[in-house]
Design a protein around this ligand. Structure first.
Ligand code: BES
Ligand code: ZN
Ligand code: ZN
Length: 482
């Protein structure tokens, strides 16, 4: 374990991290230097006092996100040291152990799979001397936060892995690995099953790939202390994920520069795997089904084509753009879920669905759409607790005919691309049964799941967006489901 809670002074070789606001009194010498370098000129400025082995980080505000960002900035000041110490005055309302863990574990993540550099695991000692809480409770919260952060980093590792090393079968194997844990079970379906069970869209999208498409059904059911399945879990949740292990666009081929990074197109499914990994180490009193569509969208003589008509559930879809493949895969997964799982309380789908969601909100925010204000409220609260940003996009009646087709029931993509994130979601809405309309939310995570910049405590590349948000939502409904 790389974070410990101890009641002790800083050791000689440890670097102390000091998060500074305006009010703290510092030794004169240090204060003078900080004034000289205009330390308080910008948020998250850092100063490393080598003689005393202290890193100071300036924070304009001590809100929860700022604490995570400040901690991650401190870690970047020195490459040489790996032992850190934080001597917080008290772990109180302002300074939560969860935030220290997230800042530290998420902020020190590096993707080194394809680099010569070796991973140096950083360590942190949190001094809990003045904590008002029982050590046992703090330890429990530490374990829970570590488990969550490790799940986020697990997602980052996979999403960063290129398609040469991660394809639908690899995803199925990861799910089977998680299913070895108690409370978990998993079924994997290949292309024969898809053809026999009319899962025509997922089959069509993946047909030109040399890798067989996979439909993954991984589930979690809470158990009691005796290991028996709980009779009445608080809620039954279905999580549907877009797992396009590579998106070339298919025959509606992407331009070269637009294709770069499309290894990230599996992020929806992988974030859900991350949530399931977390659940496998928790004991939340809920039942959760992950339905993941794992396919590679390629070109080839057997590729699906614009003009093809594909039947999904009881609707026919005219393909106008093979690059709008995610919604096809998700639609089949949604149909599968509603057919095979009964009495669902919530259906959430996560997908890197459209570049348009990035256009709407900038790259840091997931776009969320749904029909229930109450459910949107719940997810807003989860967003605030988790630190993940969300923004809502509205359905609207003026766009309702935009997917009208001359030859089939609907088009998979409209000619006019304005508002594509809304249109993508409207397409999915066609495959949500009436009784589930108000129980469904769609998350377009195309922006925050993968960015080619470091931001806050997120690294270049994959971020694990969606994991903390969904886990917060699940935690909430596992205590009270109304
Ligand atoms: N995988 C892409 C969306 C995407 C874009 C993800 C940028 C991450 C970053 C998706 O399959 C796609 O190509 N969407 C099209 C939809 C269009 C054809 C309606 C898009 O966004 O242009
Ligand atoms: Zn696409
Ligand atoms: Zn895609």
């Amino acid at each position: 374990m790389n974070i410990v809670l101890e009641n002790r002074k800083k050791k000689d070789d440890e670097i102390e991290i000091i998060l500074l606001k305006n009010t703290e009194k510092l030794p004169n010498k240090t204060q003078k230097i900080l004034d000289k370098i205009n330390f308080k000129n910008s948020n998250f400025n850092t100063y490393f006092e080598i003689s005393s082995k202290k890193i100071f980080v300036y924070m304009k505000n001590k809100d929860r996100e700022s604490i995570k960002i400040a901690l991650s900035k401190a870690l970047k000041v020195t490459k040489k040291h790996i032992d850190f110490y934080i001597g917080i005055k008290s772990l109180n309302k302002e300074l939560k152990i969860e935030d220290l863990v997230q800042g530290f574990i998420l902020g020190s993540y590096e993707f080194l799979k394809y680099k010569k550099k070796e991973k140096k695991e950083k360590r942190l000692c949190i001094n809990i001397k003045n904590s008002k809480e029982q050590t046992k409770d703090l330890q429990k919260r530490l374990q829970d936060s570590l488990s969550l952060c490790q799940s986020v980093n697990f997602v980052r590792d996979i999403v960063n892995t290129p398609a040469q090393d991660f394809y639908p079968k690899t995803m199925a194997n990861e799910a089977l690995e998680i299913a070895k844990k108690k409370n978990m079970s998993c079924s994997i379906y290949g292309e024969d099953y898809m053809q026999e069970n009319s899962l025509n869209a997922i089959y069509a999208v993946g047909r030109a790939s040399r890798h067989e498409s996979q439909l993954i059904h991984l589930s979690y059911k809470a158990s009691n202390h005796a290991g028996m399945r709980t009779k009445n879990p608080k809620a039954k949740i279905v999580l549907v994920g877009k797992g396009v292990t590579y998106d070339t666009g298919g025959l509606s081929l992407k331009r070269g520069d637009g294709m770069v990074s499309m290894k990230c197109d599996k992020a929806g499914a992988i974030s859900i795997l991350g949530v399931m990994k977390y659940l496998s180490q928790s004991n939340l009193d809920i039942e959760v089904h992950a339905i993941l569509g794992a396919v590679e969208n390629m070109i080839g003589s057997n590729a699906y084509k614009p003009d093809d008509v594909i039947k999904i559930g009881n609707k026919t879809v005219e393909i106008t753009n093979t690059d709008a493949e995610g919604r096809l895969v998700l639609a089949d997964c949604l149909v599968y879920a509603q057919k095979n799982i009964n009495n669902i309380d919530y259906i959430l789908d996560l997908a890197t669905l459209t570049g348009s969601s990035i256009g709407a909100f900038g790259g840091y925010t997931s776009a969320v759409l749904g029909h229930s204000e109450k459910l949107k409220n719940k997810i807003s609260k989860a967003s605030k607790r988790s630190g993940e940003l969300i923004g809502f996009l509205p359905f609207n009646i003026y766009m309702q005919d935009i997917l009208k087709s001359g030859v089939a029931d609907i088009l998979n993509s409209s000619a006019n691309k304005n508002g594509a994130a809304i249109i993508g979601s409207m397409f999915l809405d066609n495959f949500i049964e009436k009784k589930y309309k108000k129980k469904w939310l769609h998350f377009d995570i195309a922006g925050p799941s993968y960015r080619k910049v470091n931001w806050g405590y997120n690294p270049y590349g994959a971020t694990g967006a969606g994991v903390r948000l969904v886990v917060e939502f699940l935690k909430d409904i596992s205590v009270k489901n109304q």
